[in-house]
Design a protein around this ligand. Sequence first.
Ligand SMILES: *Cc1c(COP(=O)(O)O)cnc(C)c1O
Length: 353
Amino acid sequence: MSKFWSPFVSALVPYVPGEQPKLSRLVKLNTNENPYGPSPRAVAAMQAELGDALRLYPDPSGERLKQAVADYYGIRSEQVFVGNGSDEVLAHAFHGLFQHGRPLLFPDVTYSFYPVYCGLYDIEYREVPLDEQFRIRPEDYSQPNGGIVFPNPNAPTGRLLRLEAIESILQANPDSVVLVDEAYIDFGGQSAVALIDRYPNLLVAQTLSKSRSLAGLRVGLAVGHPDLIEALERIKNSFNSYPLDRVALAGAAAAFEDRAYFEETCARVVASREAMVADLQALGFEVLPSAANFVFARHPGHDAAGLASGLREQGVIVRHFKQARVAQFLRITVGTPEQNQALKDALGQLIER
Ligand SMILES: *Cc1c(COP(=O)(O)O)cnc(C)c1O
């Protein structure tokens, strides 16, 4: 704390990202990165930007990227917003769409950045408990609110909500924005982008960090009615006119255009996830059904924090959350078959001991 700070800064509770270790030998299964590299076409497009063109500012509105997203989904570019990682897009949505003096609703077990943004933008919130099987119950979102947000699939549980359930939440809340954070949708879910023409209160956020393997590039997007997009543009243009640089815009557009690579790598991750679930179950773990590139699992005979530190000693890092309801779970990112084998071997040793 310092006398120079604006007073509210000392009350902020910032988000704590998963560890990015300096050691490269570690089997890194803790932050849901894609084990396969980005599309070679995306890499080539980024390399082509590295030259004299960098003395010029990028396109402030990222029109070519918006068009690539619009083409991918068969929508219009004015239904697309792009930003510096979906975390930034989410922040603008909280800022521009959720400050209504009524509580924002989100699940009690969910992405831990949501309460952080509420703190930053002074938004009251109410946590809605997941059911016993860690599922979102749509009927619980029929209560007065200033907005609703949840990931689909949810994080860190991996559980998917079907589109009909999302529609029932949208229909019950015609006066609120429902923000569906689809960071993991490409690993087994159906995107709510299909609903945007029917629900002017629906905003869908996505990221290129997971399924398009560009976490290091920082590109995210939102899709929805042009009125919602305009609110995000107004916030963005009051904050940073150029959140995406030339390299990011070129790489992200090319990644969206390379469907074949995207589909193939997602399919490989999904196949590895199913193998990982079977391996964990064989070791005695209970594994929640996952539609993401990670699994959420607990072992009836072993403490999760102990397993996480035991894994770390063997060079495998996974994520453990201390939060009460899920303190006995590990969130494990799906890696390559070799990484998953290393996890299985290390867990086998810890569990047999
Ligand atoms: C990873 C993740 C994000 C953030 O993605 P970035 O685009 O890398 O900022 C947003 N929401 C959820 C639920 C995530 O897991």
